[in-house]
Design a binder for this molecule. Structure first.
Ligand SMILES: [Zn+2]
Length: 650
């Protein structure tokens, strides 16, 4: 803990000098051993119960000026420790609004990799309950994505959104940034009066002239789920408790694409109990959003790439909705337990998909992900952290984002699917329902889950299941459930036949003579495999099966008849652009690749396409040039990831 013991002068740059009061007492702040290695907060001694935010969102300066008023449970601590990263702290006061007294504060030096940021230490009295932090955000507030007007659909109004997970909330709010502590929050937010503000809370559905909005989140949530977006937003209701926000230009597409939401909510409730957050809305963000979706409670943030036009990507919405139980209701206590959030959510997502679209479609979706998991396992095995393929992670000293791999998501889900298959669905569902009931509005870690599993399922049902090798061992256990889909097998056969010239996508025209009355008539018959004969996930399987050195003529034939380079579906485009880079076709569809990479900021798509382009000598310069033109449109999370990729592939 030596990094907590002194204040370094460079940090003073971040603090207005007249508000820094260093005393000897404060430098001796006692730090207890913490359960969460990604937070400086001394939560076992003092923790926030309710946070009230006063925020002034200034687009001209790209700055939020704020006060974070913490109402705390104090067990007799003499110091309150908060996490900050990239924030300028003006002053700290103690006491309720109206009777505040300015307090001393100490800001620790930035940690070595600037992952955790800094500890903000405030000496307090043993009965102090209210700590108020006056601050402003800076260019280094990575949670904030400020978008110029040219990056929005309207091209006339700017946009701002936040992304808190995993440990970025501390870059826009000074707080105890650990998922182990749940807090309620309220906020008064001032924005330009032609824009609407929405949060992960009860939301307005239209703008007001003053640009002043009040928010309440009355259920306790972890800090990473505090979220804000400000833009030219309109609302479309699907039902009395669900709807979608977006910029006006996208609203009708959103209304069409996501109309299954009320059905999804009832399917989810039928499975694992009532939806506990009152309202479920979606906010469709501009294209730079780095994730498919973020499960901010009451208001999922969604990527506009989900607007495929054919509802083919709604499983992402099922995923974010499922988080209303796994993740938001029952939360991973630390980022080492991230699989408890994501593995359960992918499992639950597939169950929602199954109840609405049938088992065959749900299995196809699961198999596509299983394929990706196998690639991820190979990558992790060869990496410098092969232990990252365990479900329970050890990320001390590393960025918790390192744990956001298919291991938590897909290996986690396959663990639960295998377990379900072993004990039977009805017993497994009863167990999961009980799990959500028992831990609702609480946090849970892997050890606690294991105890609960043993007591409420394995011992109770006299089942012998090797959960240890799933949770604590690398790789994929031998007992992993094997899924099978005839439809995907047929797509693989189609890919093989096409590769070996047994099948073509060109129309096959034949003529038949048919008797019409007394005369014989020549009837033209056109046989052709069409894009719409299969769902997008089947075509993904088809592309994945094609050899990585497919001849250019074959690539051109596919593009001519199936139009992959011109698809509106980002999943399909990604598979196709990867293959294009692999087999040297990227110079032919360069225009489409460039258009996609310069518009979309979602990391899931950017990373594999850039990687494929960078690894091929011929297309590497093209990748670097697209990146240098597009990087300002990307969120910091995506930008940093691609920069690392460019370095690693050198
Ligand atoms: Zn998720």
């Amino acid at each position: 803990m030596k990094h907590l013991l002194y204040i370094v002068s460079v940090i003073l740059l971040l603090i207005s000098c007249d508000s820094l009061h260093a005393t000897k007492k404060g430098t001796q702040a006692s730090i207890s051993t913490k359960a969460d290695v990604h937070s400086y907060a001394n939560l076992s001694e003092i923790s926030t119960k309710h946070l009230h935010l006063e925020l002034d969102v200034n687009f001209e300066n790209r700055t939020i000026y704020g006060v974070a008023r913490h109402e705390m449970r104090n067990k007799g601590a003499d110091t309150a420790i908060f996490d900050i990263n990239g924030l300028m702290i003006q002053k700290v006061t103690i006491g309720q609004k109206g009777s505040e007294e300015e307090a001393d504060m100490f800001i620790d030096k930035m940690d070595k990799d600037s992952v955790l940021g800094q500890a903000l230490m405030v000496p307090i009295k043993k009965d102090t309950k209210f700590v108020n932090i006056y601050y402003q955000t800076t260019e280094r507030s990575d949670a904030l994505d400020w978008l110029d007007t040219n990056l929005t659909s309207s091209k006339t109004k700017p946009f701002l959104y936040t992304q808190g997970q995993a440990i970025l909330t501390r870059t826009w709010i000074p707080l105890q940034d650990s998922p182990s502590n749940r807090i309620t929050y309220s906020a008064d937010v001032k924005v330009p009066n032609d824009l609407l503000a929405v949060m992960s809370a009860k939301n307005p559905i239209q703008k007001n002239k003053e640009g002043l909005y009040h928010f309440e989140m009355k259920k306790p949530i972890p800090a990473y789920l505090i979220a804000l977006a400000v833009g030219d937003l309109e609302y479309h209701a699907f039902s009395s408790n669900s709807g979608v926000y977006s910029e006006p230009e996208l609203l009708s597409s959103c209304a069409y694409e996501f109309d299954a939401i009320p059905k999804m909510i009832s399917a989810a409730e039928k499975l694992y109990g009532p939806y506990q957050w009152e309202q479920y809305d979606i906010l469709v963000l501009p294209y730079s959003f780095p994730f498919g979706g973020m499960e901010n409670p009451m208001l999922t943030f969604a990527n506009p790439t989900l607007l495929a036009g054919d509802k083919s990507l709604v499983s992402v919405i099922a995923h974010e909705l499922a988080h209303s139980w796994s993740g938001n209701l029952v939360t991973n206590r630390t980022w080492n337990d991230f699989w408890l959030n994501e593995g359960f959510t992918v499992y639950f997502e597939q169950r929602i998909m199954e109840s609405i679209y049938g088992k065959e479609v749900a299995d196809i979706l699961a198999l596509i992900e299983y394929d990706e998991l196998k690639d991820e396992l190979t990558r992790i095995k060869a990496s410098k952290n092969p232990e990252d393929s365990k479900l329970h992670l050890a990320l001390e000293g590393r960025n918790p984002d390192d744990g956001m791999t298919d291991i938590a998501y897909v290996k986690g889900a396959f663990f639960l699917k295998t377990l379900e298959n072993e004990v039977g669905r009805s017993k497994f569902d009863a167990f999961l329902k009980k799990y959500f009931e028992t831990f609702q509005f609480k946090t849970v870690d892997t050890k606690q889950f294991v105890r609960f599993l043993k007591k409420n399922l394995l011992t109770k049902e006299h089942e012998d299941f090797d959960y240890q090798s799933w949770i604590y061992a690398e790789g994929l256990p031998d007992n992993c459930l094997q899924l099978h889909s005839t439809r995907l097998d047929q797509m693989e056969k189609l890919a093989d036949d096409f590769t070996h010239n047994k099948v073509s996508f060109a129309p096959k025209i034949t003529y038949k003579w048919k008797k019409v009355g007394k005369r014989r008539k020549k009837i033209k018959n056109v046989e052709q495999i069409k894009f719409q004969d299969h769902i997008v996930q089947e075509w993904q399987t088809f592309i994945r099966r094609l050899p990585r050195n497919l001849p250019q003529a074959k690539m051109r034939e596919i593009d001519r008849y199936l139009r992959f380079s011109y698809s509106g579906n980002s999943e399909l485009l990604t598979e196709w652009f990867i293959l294009s880079a692999n087999c040297g076709y990227a110079s032919t569809n360069k225009q489409q690749i460039t258009a996609f990479l310069s518009k979309v900021g979602r990391r899931k798509y950017l990373m594999p396409i850039y990687e494929a382009l960078l690894l091929n000598k011929a297309s590497r310069p093209m990748a670097i040039s697209i990146f240098s033109q597009s990087k300002d449109h990307y969120h910091a999370v995506s930008r940093k990831s691609v920069e690392a990729l460019i370095r690693e592939t050198k």
